[in-house]
Design a protein around this ligand. Structure first.
Ligand code: ZN
Length: 679
């Protein structure tokens, strides 16, 4: 029988894909690709787009069209056999990609094209695809001499084991600490769900009473709801000192030394590649251009946000004094009294809103919004082969009836499906001599399924999540770029890729759009104004304090990598103090060691990139402000956003595209206003 993963026509045949198809298909494709690439290099003495880049793109596309359904099914209909097949292919694929990244022959051919006369005749997308490829070759050390290249490889290897050691330490330190409570009165204030979770943990460990841990849901429940201040303090200290030389498990799993080594190696490898420091290396692939630009951005937000954070703190202090006779708030008291204040001011729960967000209205309403904005039509297709009966499939057509893209919509949580929500590529847009391949996306959520054939009702958070992922989906599907490596979300810098997604969330917070779809599932009554006002006020609760907290992380991360000096390795603690002095309004106790568990930057991919969160929010808020100025359903503005952002993918510089839409560079004003912080 034929292997369905090797057939490259049309949509994947999910129902026919079996675990035993996976490894043979990937082995075949890797083998064929390696051979085809060698031949391609061999036979093209004068490489150009048509004889070299296009056939290479076709090889990449074949592989990703086979791998995409496997990787997707591994996430959403997981089973042991599939997982095993998936995992054994992962290392082969990663070896293949590393090999291509270091491939001198490929690099020289790309270089030759970039220096040719023809290059200037190529369109923007083609030029960008080629310059991106060259940039990525350089970032993998291809231009280094042999000795340097060896050193560079060693550093990469050491960094990867140090990073995984860092996260192991955080994990071990998190799991090592538990607190068993037998006296039920100490649980006062904790919601039923948190008690049940603690009871379950105790039962699993075969101890009496309730067990609390440093897993986030357990920590969060105690620090937010426990009436017992000593209990909050105890868990706060344990959480804040994980993987450090402080606290209840001082010195075990200590990450202090790993931080020093990671910083030193990152700095050395950045310098090998010709950068002054790791912050510069990080920006080489981002929208922000210089470290100074990032620092100015963060400092500006800090100056504007701090007074509001101070006001937030004063309010919670006043509340604790007036209503609870508490004069001094310690770090472990602030989440607790903040929650009390929030309940006091806006008693609103996600449950109150649910009847107004029935699935059919929300999904149709979301389609209505984008149809009005972009002049597109979305229609459901039936009898499409999928991986599960709940999955729906849609076509997007433009105003001329041309097919632009298609997507699978998989909304409900179920067993063997990874949690969370995401958009992923099934097929990417590209044009070949023979035809146009239109893009296909997967939109995956984990919302509650309808019970007994009743309506599925969403929380407002879920509605926002759906809009967010659909925004990523539109970026992928509405692209008009014909070169795969810069079409849709491909080639979009990390700090700009959340623009279209966060941008879509705005339509969940506007009365005018909520009227379209926020309607009671039984009576069809629109969401009442009083509920809407409270929802909006609750959204911006303590937004000043939230902002400065994010800025504290971002500034610390960025300065740490930017100011690194091997002659005077940085004192991490002193830098944190300095950053806090500038932006923070809450001063944690001296034992606090937040860097020691800051996995985003020491174990994940956010090093000198944590600022991206705020950066993208600024872009999306500022883009939405253009709609506020012209009307949130203004089709002209929609058309301009479509043409400047969604259709362009990664084919042009992200800042140029933003300016093309907005008429000027981004400013932070709209973000501050949307967060209830107006200058
Ligand atoms: Zn996102």
């Amino acid at each position: 029988m034929k292997n369905p993963l090797l057939q490259q026509q049309g949509l994947p045949a999910f129902s026919q894909i079996k675990a035993e198809h996976v490894e043979p298909a990937i082995d075949t494709l890797l083998e064929q690709n390696r051979q085809a690439i060698a031949e391609l290099i061999e036979k093209t003495a004068t490489p150009d787009w048509d004889n070299f880049v296009a056939p290479l793109e076709a090889l990449h596309d074949r592989l990703s069209r086979a791998w995409s359904p496997v990787s997707h099914m591994n996430s959403v209909v997981n089973n042991d056999a599939l997982r095993e097949a998936y995992n054994s292919c992962l290392s082969k694929l990663s070896a293949y990609h590393t090999e291509l990244g270091q491939h001198k022959g490929l690099y020289e051919h790309f270089n030759q094209i970039a220096n040719s006369e023809q290059f200037k005749q190529y369109n923007a997308a083609q030029q960008k695809a080629i310059t991106n490829a060259l940039r990525d070759f350089r970032l993998s050390g291809i231009e280094l001499d042999e000795a340097q290249q060896q050193r560079y490889k060693d550093i990469r290897q050491q960094l990867s084991s140090l990073k995984s050691k860092f996260s192991e330490n955080v994990l071990d330190a998190t799991q090592a600490w538990t607190l068993d409570i037998e006296d039920e009165s100490r649980l006062s204030g904790l919601p039923e769900s948190a008690r049940a979770m603690a009871k379950q943990a105790a039962t699993a460990a075969e101890v009496d009473g309730w067990r609390f841990t440093l897993e986030f849901p357990s920590y969060f429940a105690v620090i937010t709801y426990a009436d017992d201040a000593a209990l909050r303090e105890q868990i706060y200290e344990a959480f804040a000192t994980r993987a450090s030389e402080q606290g209840p498990n001082a010195g075990q799993w200590d990450n202090t030394d790993l931080i020093k080594q990671i910083l030193a190696l990152r700095h050395e490898s950045a310098q090998l590649l010709g950068f002054n420091n790791y912050a510069e290396e990080s920006l080489a692939t981002k929208m922000a251009e210089t470290p100074q630009q990032v620092l100015d951005f963060l400092n500006d937000l800090a100056d504007k946000g701090k007074p509001y954070a101070e006001k937030d703190l004063t309010e919670v202090q006043a509340y604790a004094r007036e209503h609870h006779a508490i004069d001094t708030l310690n770090a472990w008291d602030i989440p607790y009294y903040s929650e009390k204040l929030r309940e006091h001011r806006y008693s609103i729960s996600q449950e109150d809103l649910k009847p107004y967000f029935p699935e059919d209205k929300v999904v149709q309403g979301m389609f209505d919004v984008v149809e009005r904005l972009y002049g597109i039509r979305i229609s459901e297709q039936h009898d499409i082969d999928t991986w599960h009966d709940d999955v729906r499939f849609f076509d997007i057509r433009d105003r001329n009836g041309e097919l632009r893209g298609q997507f699978y919509l998989d909304l409900y949580a179920r067993a063997n499906k990874r949690g969370g929500a995401w958009m992923d590529e099934c097929i990417v847009r590209r044009r070949t001599e023979a035809s146009l391949q239109t893009p296909v996306a997967y939109l995956t959520c984990n919302f509650s399924a309808p019970v007994d054939n009743d309506h599925a009702l969403f929380t407002h958070n879920e509605v926002e999540t759906l809009f967010h992922e659909f925004g990523h989906g539109l970026h992928h599907m509405l692209t008009l770029v014909d070169s795969a490596s810069v079409s849709g979300i491909n080639g979009v810098p990390w700090d700009a890729v959340e623009l279209p997604s966060q941008f879509m969330e705005n339509w969940c917070w506007q009365k005018e759009s909520l009227q379209l779809f926020a309607r009671h599932y039984q009576s069809d009554e629109p969401l009442p104004d009083t509920l809407f006002e409270r929802m909006l006020a609750a959204k911006n609760f303590q937004s000043g304090m939230q902002l400065v907290r994010q800025l504290e992380f971002a500034l610390f991360d960025f300065r740490l990598h930017h100011e690194y000096d091997p002659a005077q390795p940085c004192n991490v603690g002193a830098l944190i103090d300095e950053v806090r002095e500038q932006v923070a309004v809450i001063k944690p106790p001296a034992y606090h060691r937040f860097a020691n568990s800051f996995s985003h930057i020491f174990a994940g991919g956010y090093a000198a990139g944590y600022y991206s969160y705020k950066w993208a929010e600024v872009l999306s808020s500022d883009a939405f402000a253009e709609f506020e100025e012209h009307g949130i359903f203004d089709a002209d503005t929609g058309q301009r956003f479509l043409a400047a952002i969604l259709e362009q993918g990664g084919s042009r510089d992200a800042m140029d595209l933003f300016i093309e839409f907005r008429g000027r560079p981004p400013t932070v004003d709209a973000l501050l206003r949307h967060s209830g912080i107006a200058a």
